[in-house]
Ligand binder design. Structure first.
Ligand SMILES: Cc1cc2nc3c(=O)[nH]c(=O)nc-3n(C[C@H](O)[C@H](O)[C@H](O)COP(=O)(O)OP(=O)(O)OC[C@H]3O[C@@H](n4cnc5c(N)ncnc54)[C@H](O)[C@@H]3O)c2cc1C
Length: 450
């Protein structure tokens, strides 16, 4: 262990102030547990990052934007924060072969249903391999293509790596079917959670990068670097909410070391989970011009799709504004990664223009663009997780506590189909907090008033 200033003793150290970490910290502190949260960034929220845009009521969500599936804890938190959720609707327009935009009645259920057959596979196989046989058959070709687009676009996964069985069980949860969004963005929800943590006396240390976790049963020491120099934090237990990309990363000074190393069950679990890649570009325009053109036929459009483009999906906002988001997931996002931000914005803008017949109109209306390279970001190294072929129970293995001392949360540890979502992250944070309370015998503490 490095020498350094001993900052504070706590009962539990939570590593990471994303949705999982904040949910865990709040749950613990409300049981009178002394909690310190260590966060590398200078902000809370992690992969939830709302950026205000000048003259726009709608912020640009560079990370999470939608509420997927049943949304339990997310919906509860929004309610607590006095926020509403609005349905996104499915008013979509898609590019046809002749380049015209046509109204799309998008029904993902048959694409999703194709994965039912993967549940009965004798051996797991990649999505690529699994879909290949459906793509050979004229009768199922289109559905298989939609299923592939879903795996790449929604799961942000590479079909050559993703487990067909795991996709099959995750789509069963219905996480892909209902889509809503927090009115006003996710920012106020994170702020609410952060304020609730402060009110419950959680100590949140921002700009504090965890370098090493030294542990034995009942004791953890966490070495960090922060602007004031190295610091060591001590506690009886730690809840790790580090993204899989961070946990897997080795070989340079940004890696988080474990002393002793994590048990082999954990490293095996980590090799069964991949980080998916997504490229998201926010574009904002002087007006929502698309609602006015062609006799207003695109008024109320929620999505525009064009599979041929580098960004195959664009979506609008609710309530409508001049903000549009360009999205690419999986291998397409990987292909875009090498480009600098200005080129990404340019491609996204050109693609949006192409939907309406050329660049003229979008260029006249364009005000600005913004993106973030989540895959190059050392504090996540990808967008969100998916299970690789043969990964089987990797999520459950990653979630399992070690020696009643290290507890694991974060979207990748969600085992009920909510992985890759804010909702899954919140649920796992609460689950890990309950496990820590139980293991440390803190359950007898009287809860503080909520
Ligand atoms: C582009 C994009 C779009 C998305 N869209 C959606 C969506 O529409 N709906 C949805 O539900 N979900 C979406 N997601 C996924 C969602 O954002 C995540 O599942 C969720 O926010 C993960 O929360 P978490 O707490 O598990 O992890 P994180 O939010 O990543 O939190 C982990 C925290 O650990 C910190 N950390 C990392 N390394 C260190 C270190 N060494 N020391 C200290 N701290 C460290 C990080 O800075 C981070 O704050 C999207 C994600 C991305 C990237």
């Amino acid at each position: 262990m490095q020498s350094g200033l001993v900052c504070v003793d706590a009962d539990v150290i939570v590593i990471g102030a994303g949705a999982a970490g904040l949910a865990a910290a709040r749950r613990l502190a409300r049981r009178s547990v002394r909690v310190v949260v260590l966060e590398a960034r200078d902000r809370a929220g992690g992969r939830v990052w709302s950026r205000p845009i000048a003259r726009s009521a709608t912020p640009a969500e560079l990370g999470a934007e939608f509420i997927h599936g049943r949304g339990g804890p997310t919906t509860r938190l929004l309610r607590e924060a006095g926020m509403a959720a609005v349905d996104v609707g499915d008013a979509g327009w898609a590019c046809s072969k002749d380049g015209e935009l046509r109204r799309e009645e998008r029904d993902l259920s048959s694409a999703v249903a194709i994965f039912e057959a993967a549940r009965a596979l004798p051996d797991d196989e990649s999505v690529d391999c699994f879909l290949h046989r459906f793509e050979q058959d004229e009768a199922t070709r289109e559905t298989a293509r939609a299923a592939r687009a879903f795996v790449e676009g929604f799961e942000a996964a590479d079909p050559a790596i993703a487990s067909a069985r795991a996709i099959a069980s995750e789509v069963r949860s219905g996480v892909d079917l209902a889509i809503a969004r927090p009115l006003g963005g996710y920012g106020p929800m994170v702020e609410h959670l952060r304020n609730a943590c402060a009110a419950a006396r959680v100590q949140l240390c921002l700009s504090t990068v965890v370098r090493r976790v030294s542990w034995r049963r009942g004791a953890v020491a966490v070495d960090t670097s922060c602007c004031g120099g190295p610091q060591v934090f001590h506690a009886r237990a730690a809840i790790l909410t580090l993204p899989v990309g961070v946990l897997r990363h080795r070989g340079d000074e940004t890696a988080v070391a474990f002393d002793p190393p994590l048990p082999s069950a954990k490293t095996e679990a980590l090799s069964g989970i991949e980080m998916g890649h997504a490229m998201k570009v926010a574009l904002w325009f002087r007006t929502a011009f698309w609602a006015r053109i062609r006799s207003g036929r695109y008024r109320g459009a929620a999505f525009f799709r064009c599979e041929r483009q580098p960004f195959p999906v664009y979506w609008t906002q609710a309530p409508p504004s001049g903000l549009v988001v360009a999205w690419a997931g999986g291998p397409r996002a990987t292909a875009l990664r090498a480009l600098p931000e200005a080129d990404l914005i340019e491609r996204a803008l050109n693609g949006f223009g192409a939907l309406f017949g050329g660049p003229g109109l979008v260029r006249r209306e364009f005000e600005g663009g913004l993106t973030h390279d989540w895959s190059g970001d050392p504090f996540c190294r990808g967008a969100y997780s998916y299970v690789a072929v043969g990964g089987g129970d990797a999520r459950a293995a990653l979630a399992a506590p070690v020696d009643d001392t290290l507890f694991f949360a974060g979207e990748a540890t969600s085992t009920d189909g909510q992985s890759g979502t804010v909702n899954g992250a919140l649920e796992t944070g609460e689950r890990a907090a309950a496990e820590a309370v139980e293991a440390l015998g803190l359950a007898a503490h009287r809860p503080r008033t909520e």
